[in-house]
Write a protein that binds this ligand. Structure first.
Ligand code: SAM
Length: 220
């Protein structure tokens, strides 16, 4: 959709508020996350003709066989990051740019990397149009971005086969990695915390379903 055609009508805003209430009922507790998601017109990230799907709690196809994540998943992953204003976040899998917009709306210094050129380009145009200026990269994010490391939080929005050690290496002490790990259909959402002694603490936050993480530390 051409940015000039984008309208965030009262109807869209009303549907968005309803969606936020649903997310709260499904267990999302961090009000800062819900407030940020309530600010972002999710339908801007959909192709024209499909905007009616934007305010359902569902993942939806975007270009190149990829998906914009389900709103509940975006809210839950963002909540698990326990964000603070001083955080420096790396998102792996820019996709549509929606999750990135939510992080930017929360005032977080955001870096995001996407493997597929058309998605990287479209997301960049939309984020720019919305007035957000994260640092965007095109490439294999499964290796992280060593040149810009360390990050206090890393968020992976595609399903990994194993824990990518290179991402743990790029976390600050006390930093968090939120990542779905499993097979190519179903994963468990893990949160890893890097401790001062170099050890890593792990928590399992339940079943989710993502498109596969590809690349060196992903599915090849
Ligand atoms: N966060 C996105 C959003 O808000 O629309 C949803 C992302 S979609 C579920 C997963 C994305 O991860 C896809 O766009 C895919 O191309 C990307 N991806 C998969 N493997 C990747 C890799 N190694 N590096 C960077 N991006 C990758």
């Amino acid at each position: 959709m051409h940015p000039n055609q984008l309208i965030d009508s009262h109807r869209h805003q009303g549907m968005r508020r309803q969606l936020m209430l649903q997310l709260r009922d499904k267990g999302i507790k961090d009000l800062r996350v819900l407030e940020a998601m309530n600010l972002i017109p999710r339908h801007y990230f959909f192709d024209p003709g499909f905007v009616e799907h934007a305010y359902q709690d569902k993942a939806f196809p975007i270009d190149a066989g990829q998906t914009i994540s389900q709103p509940y998943t975006v809210a839950r992953q963002t909540e698990l990051l326990e964000l603070k204003p001083t955080d420096k976040v790396l998102e792996i899998g820019t996709g549509s740019g929606y999750q990135c917009a939510v992080l930017c709306a929360m005032g977080i210094k955001t870096y995001s990397i996407e493997y597929i050129e058309v998605l990287h380009r479209k997301a960049g145009l939309m984020l720019d149009y919305m007035g957000y200026h994260p640092t965007l990269f095109l490439g294999d994010g499964s290796k992280g971005i060593p040149l810009y490391a360390p990050f206090s939080k890393i968020l992976v929005t595609a399903g990994a086969p194993t824990i990518p050690q290179l991402l743990i290496n790029q976390l600050t002490i006390g930093g968090l990695l939120v990542i779905p790990i499993g097979d190519q259909k179903q994963q468990r959402m893990f949160r890893f915390r890097k401790l001062a002694n170099g050890q890593v603490e792990q928590e399992d936050h339940g079943a989710f379903s993502f498109v596969p993480l590809v690349g060196q530390q992903g599915w090849r």
